[in-house]
Design a protein around this ligand. Sequence first.
Ligand SMILES: *Cc1c(COP(=O)(O)O)cnc(C)c1O
Length: 368
Amino acid sequence: MVPILDLKREYLELKSEVDAALARVLASGAFVGGAEVAALEEELAAYLGVPHVISCGSGTDALVIALRAMGLGPGDEVITTPFTFIATLEAIQHVGARPVLVDIDPRNFNLNPALLEAALTPRTRAILPVHLYGQVAPMGELLNFAQKHGLKVLEDAAQAIGARYCAPGQPPAQAGTLGDAGAFSLYPTKNLGAYGDGGFIATHHPAIAEEARLLAVHGSKERYHHVRPAGYTSRLDSLQAAILRVKLPHLETWNARRRQIAQIYNEHLKNHLQTPCEMPYALHVYHQYTVRHPERDRLAAHLKQQGIGSSVHYPLPAHLQPAYRELAPAGSLPAAEAAAREVLSLPMHPFLEEAQLEAVIRAVQSYA
Ligand SMILES: *Cc1c(COP(=O)(O)O)cnc(C)c1O
């Protein structure tokens, strides 16, 4: 069996370092926040090239808290994509704003900037692009549009830590650091994953950073003094921070291995199905290696029979989910709807072995 992901294998690679880090935290008696969390935030800020990183309880919390820290609330409309993990939409709703869905570019599955204009209303306040599967959305065009119309930009970088946006003539910039703020997830399956839940916000703006820090800890800066209503208990625990500090130095190597695996898949599969399109401006970090095939379900069944794991990200766009039908009628976002019918993610993680890779390629090639 070739699983789509192998987290046990990753732990075994790092076992002695991870075990030592856990023992250090257990002996310290500091379990939430403290030195490990502060050190991780600094290391993440240095890696991403931003002055502020605020850790929190999950990627979903990072989205919610960032939106609130950016001043989004009831009555506001936030433009986003229907083709994402549902947390993107939940976050907009949790702050009392309304998600406005704009269709995707079928080449890269990200927000299509050509369609933004038609979604504008007097209530539009922000754009929330998602860097789906680890490829940065077309940020140049999105940021230009936002600037022209006075909109804020929050990036959902949950799947894209370490991805870069390469504007012509400028040094590559980290995904999640291009807009007003970026929300990241540290969920175990992400490219940088904890062994439990976690997330963080990255931003260049001191005011957003300070507001996010207040909101994440009960609207308070000083213990038992609350300066914001309806705050959260959204913190990263010290064990997770210590584990992530072991893993962060490996992230670039792991992402490079993902890219290498993607190149091998591309070469051998491009005549059999539609392989991912890498945009000229993007350094893709392949959180998922996602192909398209008109008989997606039959292909998945064939792979399963051959012992190859695969997964569908995502079987329904947001507006076809029972809970979100009022956002847009079926048929109105055709690129997202077609993608949901055709996408299939193949095994992808840095510890995939050559023999496993070959087995996946053979199984796809043998699909009649
Ligand atoms: C994983 C993910 C989230 C949510 O992160 P959690 O840490 O699971 O809360 C949000 N958006 C996208 C696109 C994701 O993939």
